[in-house]
Design a protein. Structure first.
Length: 318
């Protein structure tokens, strides 16, 4: 176990290092000049050159990357070019919003996805399976931005069931906080619930048609016990894998939802930073999201052994 964790941590560190190189080079490949943006379009060349020197953009790329990596290792991502606020403070203020939204959306996705997957697997060839498949196909096909706009117009503005925008921290007011997050979490979680449903159904169909399940039925084990004790339990490894991958994607892919519902999360922060060529913010956000994605996948691998003790952490089976 410890050897495996050591190997994974080493691989994670290497992945973060490669990600930092890609992010550093990709951000500087963006069109535009942050020094010009900060100094103003009407600024004279001397002022732009002074701002560029202050930001360190006049130095060789290797030197810039070395300073960036050294500072990032200590948690110092520099200051925002646009506002002058420390980037760490900006991420600290916006990341909890995105994490809360992602966790809420994933809870909805797991609830809807596993329910639909179980129904589709148990009632194969009957109307519950057709209804579940129609739901998953619709959830995957409808664009999130379009569904979000419709939800704001009808569920929030017309019917008044949910707030159309804004954010209230669940830590300050749990009921109001959940009420504000419910609609964006539902919109964000629908597409991911379709993925969870399809994977759950496929895994459960294979399990419910296995020889040991037929033997259990022949010995008189009830249908509900077969479904939950054998079918769903043996499908949890697949579900956990999907949830881990989808949760990482939710944290990094909530840009559109946060924009529609005016949530002050990392997605909105990143979008504003890209538009203003705010290098430090973009670099820091991508690195933090990459680190979160790596940690989530590491936890998923460890959870495998808790769900199914037959799975060895080294990757083999007994």
């Amino acid at each position: 176990m410890l050897r495996y964790l050591g190997n994974r941590l080493w691989q994670s560190a290497l992945t973060l290092l490669l990600a930092s190189v890609v992010v550093f080079g990709g951000v500087r490949a963006l069109p535009g000049d942050p020094a010009t943006t900060m100094a103003g379009e009407e600024a004279d060349p001397a002022t732009v050159a002074a701002v560029r020197a202050e930001l360190g953009l006049d130095q060789p790329l290797v030197v810039q990357y070395g300073k960036f990596l050294t500072s990032a290792l200590t948690g110092d991502f520099g200051d925002s070019v646009r506002t002058g606020t420390p980037v760490a403070d900006l991420i600290g203020a916006t990341l909890p919003v995105t994490v809360q939204l992602a966790l809420y959306a994933m809870a909805i996705a797991v609830l809807l996805g596993t329910t639909g997957g179980v129904l589709a697997a148990v009632f194969r060839g009957r109307w519950p399976e057709w209804a579940a498949n129609a739901f998953s196909l619709t959830a995957l096909s409808v664009p999130t931005f379009w569904l979000g706009i419709l939800a704001v117009l009808y569920l929030a503005v017309h019917l008044g069931w949910f707030p159309a925008s804004g954010y209230v921290s669940p830590l300050d007011d749990p009921l109001r906080g959940l009420h504000h997050l419910t609609l964006p979490a539902l919109i964000l979680g629908l597409a991911h619930s379709a993925v969870v449903q399809r994977q759950t159904r496929g895994s459960m169909v294979g399990t419910l048609t296995a020889d040991f399940v037929r033997t259990a039925r022949a010995k008189g084990l009830g249908g509900r016990a077969v479904v939950f004790r054998y079918g769903l339990r043996n499908s949890l490894v697949v579900v956990v894998t999907v949830v881990g991958l989808e949760l990482g994607g939710l944290i990094g892919g909530a840009v559109v939802t946060e924009r529609i519902f005016t949530l002050p999360g990392v997605g909105k922060l990143t979008l504003d930073a890209v538009f203003t060529r705010d290098y430090p913010v973009v670099q820091a956000v991508v690195l933090v999201i990459t680190g979160a994605y790596i940690v989530i996948n590491l936890l998923v691998d460890v959870l495998y052994t808790l769900i199914d003790p037959r799975i060895r952490v080294s990757g083999g089976t007994r």
